[in-house]
Design a protein around this ligand. Structure first.
Ligand code: C2E
Ligand code: CA
Ligand code: CA
Ligand code: CA
Length: 279
């Protein structure tokens, strides 16, 4: 038994070692990746459930790792956050997304109303010059404010709500859009909805897939609540036409999900523009 115990201890130890080593390696890689331009932004169309046309995109970052291939954000964002690399990465994503949207606007003049949604992390939000940085990116890329929408989660707001509240009001007053992301997960506090000036609520995809195992009442209630508070609703993770059908019946305005398109690179997204705006 003793031998077995020791063996287990050693396995545990080497697993831990591998984990720590892996983490350190990832951290080094991340730094290098940022310097060498290994990150790319993908774009997922957001569709109007009334017209079935694209009304915007969400920018989603990916890491094109030389050995590991395309790494999804869930794998590197937590480490990027711990090491302070997420903030520069997020500003880079905002720059890319606004610049790309601006180029699409000149290439497809009929797309002037399309909106680019970008995720803002908590750390970014707490930077004292956050608003100046956003304005700087808009100025530099030439994208009008009304074509940018920022997505924040409830987790971002929970820390310390006074400065955020001011920042959120300023963002709205300047004419940018504001979404509460992943609604219904995490620290869901209904008071956020009237305390902060969101104009869009994004229902987390866990509710959309749950919908058809008998929980459609939750989705229905969220949509009614959002509408009563003057917000539009985007359903995330719409994968089947049954989902789409039901959401449309419930009055949900917009949707995003594999049914329409996964997130795609800028070249493929340009093809989506081509087909929507073909003469
Ligand atoms: P999110 O903001 O909730 O983004 C939506 C996620 O759902 C994306 O995952 C997207 O690929 C995925 N998705 C879209 N449609 C479907 C569907 O029909 N079914 C399923 N199963 N999934 C779908 P992704 O790109 O892996 O991003 C994961 C999370 O990483 C994002 O969740 C967001 O919180 C974070 N993230 C992504 N890019 C950025 C970024 O540039 N900055 C920050 N701070 N966070 C980011
Ligand atoms: Ca998001
Ligand atoms: Ca989301
Ligand atoms: Ca999510």
């Amino acid at each position: 038994a003793k031998a077995k115990g020791k063996c287990r201890y050693e396995i545990f130890n080497s697993l831990m070692y591998a984990q720590v080593a892996g983490q350190l390696q990832l951290e080094t890689d991340l730094r290098r990746g940022l310097e060498q331009g290994e990150f790319v932004v993908h774009y997922q169309p957001i569709i109007s459930l009334f017209t079935n046309r694209m009304v915007g995109f969400e920018a989603l970052v990916r890491w094109n790792h030389p050995e590991r291939g395309l790494v999804p954000p869930d794998r590197f964002i937590p480490i990027a956050e711990e090491t302070g690399l997420l903030v520069p990465l997020d500003w880079w994503v905002l720059n890319q997304a606004c610049g790309q949207m601006r180029r699409w606007q000149s290439q497809f003049p009929a797309s002037q109303k399309m909106v680019m949604s970008v995720n803002l992390s908590g750390k970014q939000f707490w930077q004292p010059d956050c608003l100046e940085q956003i304005e700087g990116v808009l100025h530099k890329t030439g994208l009008p404010r009304s074509n940018l929408k920022l997505e924040v989660t409830e987790g971002t707001l929970i820390d310390n709500d006074m400065p955020t509240s001011r920042l959120l009001s300023q963002i709205r007053a300047l004419g940018m859009g504001l979404s509460i992301d992943d609604f219904g997960t995490g620290y869901s506090s209904l008071s956020y909805l009237h305390r902060f000036p969101f104009n869009t609520l994004k229902i987390d995809r866990s509710f959309i897939s749950m919908q058809f195992s008998g929980e459609s009442k939750i989705v229905e209630a969220i949509i009614v609540l959002a509408h009563n508070l003057g917000m539009n609703v985007i359903a995330e993770g719409v994968e089947t036409s049954k989902h789409k059908q039901r959401l449309r019946e419930l009055g949900c305005e917009q949707a995003q999900g594999y049914l329409f398109s996964p997130p795609v690179d800028a070249v493929s997204a340009t093809e989506l523009f081509d087909s929507q705006f073909a003469a």
